[in-house]
Design a protein around this ligand. Structure first.
Ligand SMILES: Cc1cc2nc3c(=O)[nH]c(=O)nc-3n(C[C@H](O)[C@H](O)[C@H](O)COP(=O)(O)O)c2cc1C
Length: 412
């Protein structure tokens, strides 16, 4: 029988039994939670961010979440106003030590955040190492920290990232990963700051600053706490395209060359493959777990293994970054060819949605024949393919590629 591919990954010297990790958040809040996640098949976990508790007491606003729903889909995005862990430093590191003792083959990442002094980072790094954590993730990126001098503003300052990464490195010898905020126009300078400070890896993305909804009867953004709402972190499926973009930008820049742990909207093994193809090595997840529970990793492991086996790959490492050479600036896209929609009349159910899309937002190339089957005028179709994207019937609308009718004018 043919050998099954290996899901094991080596991430800056740390072995993960598979690339799937809990990201730092309520899904990795306690020993019991993470132990249960490991039992379900997660390869690693970034524990909920730990700070030093002797100077600042962390509390959370309540309610702390708002689900962003679209049409019939619940929680396609999630806004939260949660802070870092409200448990004591000792409780958290005791849990991490117990996890490492009972699950030595799983990867445990201590997520840390200095609160009041830059020396906090050194102290926390030492405590993380002493607890037996395999690596550290520096949280430079929480968008709603209320303690001044913490959170995503740190993550917008490349020089500060460099300094704090250096301090963290000075307190430990285990690998240090810097977690980036997407609340920047360009993440690369921030990641390069982390590299200059000695970071061994980059993780991205933390949550996107957003207002997910407004209560239109009380005139307050959600989640409404008392009579107020605020701009705060947004996660889940809705942010995946943003996360894919940042991951590909980090992975493709020759100046960075650091392993990447990706997160932001990862729900399925197919999402996982996309992140891997764009250069990630490990994959983290919160919102999908908050929605569906730890068990989703079982499908992720099985789906990824089957994907690798079907394509003859032996290891996750074989596919990391395979799509990167196909990512280009828009000006690298050819203008010499164009698509023409093709409609399978046997599959067309005559709903007319493609007609509306084409008429009011496209080329006015679609009509319905007397049997209400969609027909494309190939001379008018300019290949935007909105009809294909909205068609409710799988594979009813495909397309062919032909020379662009203005190919003689195209420069690319
Ligand atoms: C309720 C909540 C709390 C979070 N707390 C933390 C945290 O303490 N530290 C951290 O680095 N990221 C935190 N995050 C961000 C997640 O780790 C992750 O970066 C983000 O949610 C994107 O991944 P996702 O779309 O899979 O949720 C939190 C996210 C949520 C939803």
């Amino acid at each position: 029988m043919k050998k099954r591919p290996s899901l094991e990954v080596n991430f800056c010297g740390v072995k993960f039994p598979n690339p799937f990790c809990l990201s730092s958040s309520p899904v990795g809040n306690t020993y019991d939670m993470v132990a249960r996640a490991f039992d379900h098949g997660w390869g690693g976990a970034a524990f909920k961010t730990v700070g030093l508790d002797y100077e600042v007491k962390i509390t959370h606003p309540s309610p702390r979440l708002n689900g962003y729903n679209f049409a019939n889909h619940k929680v396609v995005g999630l806004q939260n106003v949660e802070q870092i862990s409200d448990r004591t430093t000792t409780e958290n590191f005791t849990d991490i030590a117990r996890l490492k003792k009972n699950y030595p083959k799983h990867a445990v990442i201590a997520s840390i955040m200095g609160l009041t002094h830059s020396q906090d980072w050194v102290e926390l790094a030492k405590m993380a190492q002493d607890s037996g954590a395999d690596m550290i993730e520096c949280n430079f990126s929480c968008p709603q920290m209320t303690v001044e001098g913490t959170g995503h503003k740190v993550g917008q300052d490349a020089a500060l990232i460099e300094t704090l990464t250096k301090l963290t490195k000075s307190g430990c010898s285990i690998p240090v990963m810097a977690k980036m905020t997407p609340n920047v126009a360009d993440m690369l300078p921030m990641a390069l700051g982390a590299k200059a400070g000695g970071a061994d890896a980059i993780s991205a993305i933390n949550t996107v600053r957003a207002i997910s909804a407004v209560d239109i009867f009380n005139y307050v953004p959600m989640p409404t706490v008392g009579q107020k709402g605020s701009v705060s972190g947004f996660s889940g499926a809705a942010v995946k395209p943003i996360a894919l973009r940042f991951v590909s930008e980090l992975a493709s820049d020759p100046r960075l060359q650091l392993p990447i742990s990706a997160m932001g909207g990862l729900y399925t093994w197919m999402d996982a493959v996309e992140f891997l193809l764009l250069g990630a090595t490990t994959l983290q997840c919160t919102t999908a777990v908050m929605h569906h529970g730890y068990r989703i990793v079982e499908d992720m492991n099985e789906g990824l293994e089957d994907y690798l086996a079907d394509r003859g790959f032996q290891s996750v490492h074989d596919i990391i970054g395979l799509a990167l050479t196909n990512v280009t600036d828009p000006n690298g896209l050819t203008h010499k060819t164009q698509a023409i929609s093709l409609i399978d009349k046997d599959k067309c159910v005559g709903c007319g949605q493609c007609l509306l899309a084409c008429r009011d937002g496209g080329a006015q190339a679609i009509t319905l024949d007397p049997r209400r089957k969609a027909v494309v005028d190939e001379n008018e179709c300019f290949g935007c393919l909105m009809c294909k994207h909205i068609c409710p019937v799988e594979d009813c609308i495909t397309y062919k590629t032909v020379p662009h009718h203005l190919a003689h004018l195209a420069t690319a």
